[in-house]
Ligand binder design. Structure first.
Ligand code: GLN
Length: 256
């Protein structure tokens, strides 16, 4: 594991402290295989919004030749091209750490290829079925054409998250099984391919949205932080203004 982020270690601590339960532990899974379209921004956004509330954060990135740590609080996966996605699924299945973390109630947030990998099966580079992790009750295959472009979607009202804005680029189409709920209803774009976008069950949530998704949708970032740490204080107005401008710009571009 590689330490990332300047605020990961307590100031003045020269000794290794492998177990600091007071810090929120963010785990960025396989950036060497799954990290397209700036998906790392999701990690940066969670770090920032936690620290602004005085929550200590420890971030680790786990490459595909490393073991997935058991003790993370929020695990993040990004999008990827077809072959790296197949490799990531194989390695994550063999490792077992992510499935174990999800089973004990850790938060998992996955984008596009990472989202598909959480399901039971997805379409490989030639459309062949590839086994996923069975962490989320979804199955994916390859659609007739790629979904590319901006997405706008209205989130399941039970989640209390603002309208989603994002960017998609995927061939996959996704069906939800009975134990997963759609994250949102598509207003513009493709999403899962049936008018819904993304899926969640318990504290596991996946989406087709890049952007990065959590930068464009801070209330989704806060939902994940709430699942991991409990209720959050509101942020000061000036901390929110830049992301509000980004959202307003992207949403206005779609309604023009
Ligand atoms: N390879 C997958 C697909 O095309 C995921 C693409 C992505 O992560 N952007 O459906």
């Amino acid at each position: 594991m590689t330490q990332t982020g300047p605020g990961g270690s307590p100031a003045g601590s020269g000794s290794a402290a492998p177990d600091r339960p007071s810090a929120l532990r963010l785990v960025w899974i396989y950036p060497d295989l799954l990290s397209t379209y700036g998906d790392r921004g999701n990690l940066i956004m969670l770090e920032r919004r936690a620290r602004l509330r005085g929550i200590a954060v420890e971030s680790v990135q786990v490459n595909s030749d490393q073991a997935v740590p058991a003790q993370g609080d929020i695990y993040l996966l990004g999008g990827g091209e077809d072959l790296p996605q197949v490799l990531a699924a194989r390695r994550l299945r063999a490792d077992g750490g992510l499935a174990a973390a999800a089973a004990r109630g850790a938060v998992v947030f996955a984008v596009c290829a990472g989202y598909q990998v959480l399901g039971s099966v997805f379409g490989g580079a030639e459309g062949e079925p590839v086994d996923g992790l069975e962490i989320l009750d979804i199955s994916s295959g390859r659609g007739d054409r790629r979904g590319v472009g901006e997405v706008v979607a209205d989130v399941d009202p039970g989640l209390g998250v603002d309208r989603l804005t994002g960017f998609e680029n995927h061939q996959g189409v996704t069906r939800l099984g009975p134990s997963a709920r759609p994250l949102a209803r598509v207003v513009h774009g493709v999403g899962n391919g049936d008018g819904t976008e993304g899926a969640y069950a318990g504290r596991v949530l996946g989406t087709y949205l890049h952007g990065p998704a959590l930068v464009r949708n801070p209330s989704l970032a806060d939902l994940l932080l709430t699942w991991a740490t409990g209720p959050l204080a509101a942020l000061a107005e000036d901390e929110e203004s830049w992301t509000r401008r980004l959202r307003a710009e992207r949403l206005a571009a779609m309604s023009a």
